[in-house]
Design a protein around this ligand. Structure first.
Ligand code: C5P
Length: 229
């Protein structure tokens, strides 16, 4: 990875669901004064629109037309992003299981991905950012100065997600099953499958605490900032 700090700092954090990307991204963004942008929230917002309009999640043409009448906005907040779909706040709604499953289905379509990538590049054009997702280091910002691929064993990721969901939500086995299904779709799709960029630092958080992961990422960012002096 070569430090190129003549342009705003971009920290790309990619990895599968439940690896801890959002929390790590929020902490690192706060520490270095960067905007924190969750690209997955944009796919989720579009998936919600598809659900609301009863669209066929596998019909790329129908979804392409739907995208033309959809407006998605992310508003960075101290903990994660506030998300607006056609000017209505959907921050909480997009975390529900039906939207989660639909997001990984609408995200396989190349035209939807191109639209998302261009919005994401615009968001990152003018200031330093931490953006997390699946294809940030490989596709959205291939020249990002810092690329992290955050991974963990599926069982551990499932357990973390289950605990985040809180009591009364889906049982642990269902959470793990849905997470594996999403992983499979994200890793095997033809367009921008989930995979580490060749120059990403891979961190396996299976046996690491959140504090340890944050410390590693912060050390990598500090080192890159130092290299750009
Ligand atoms: O990160 P999050 O779990 O919110 O992402 C929801 C879904 O959106 C993912 O399972 C994936 O299918 C899709 N996604 C994507 N590319 C991104 C971010 C998310 O395909 N950069």
């Amino acid at each position: 990875m070569t430090a190129n700090l003549s342009s705003p700092l971009v920290v790309a954090i990619d990895g599968p669901a439940g690896a801890g990307k959002s929390t790590v991204a929020a902490r690192v963004a706060a520490r270095f004064g960067l905007l924190n942008l969750e690209s997955g929230a944009m796919y989720r917002a579009f998936a919600l629109k598809a659900i609301q309009t009863d669209s066929d999640l596998d019909d790329r043409e129908e979804l392409g037309r739907l995208a033309e009448r959809t407006r998605i906005r992310l508003l960075p907040a101290p903990l994660g992003n506030r998300v607006f779909l056609d000017d209505v706040e959907v921050t909480k709604r997009i975390r529900e299981p039906d939207v989660t499953a639909a997001a990984s289905r609408v995200s396989v379509h190349p035209a939807i991905r191109q639209w998302m990538v261009s919005m994401q590049r615009q968001l990152g054009a003018s200031s330093g950012i931490v953006m997390e997702g699946r294809d940030i280091g490989t596709k959205v910002f291939p020249d990002a100065q810092v690329k992290i691929f955050l991974d963990a064993a599926a069982e551990v990721r499932g357990q973390r997600r289950y605990q985040q969901n809180g009591p009364g939500a889906l049982p642990a086995e269902s959470v793990l099953e849905q997470l594996r299904e999403r992983d499979r779709r994200d890793r095997t799709r033809a367009e921008s499958p989930l995979q580490p960029a060749s120059d990403a630092v891979i961190i396996d958080s299976t046996d690491l605490s959140l504090e340890q992961v944050v410390a590693r990422v912060e050390a990598i960012v500090s080192e890159r900032l130092g290299a750009g002096d």
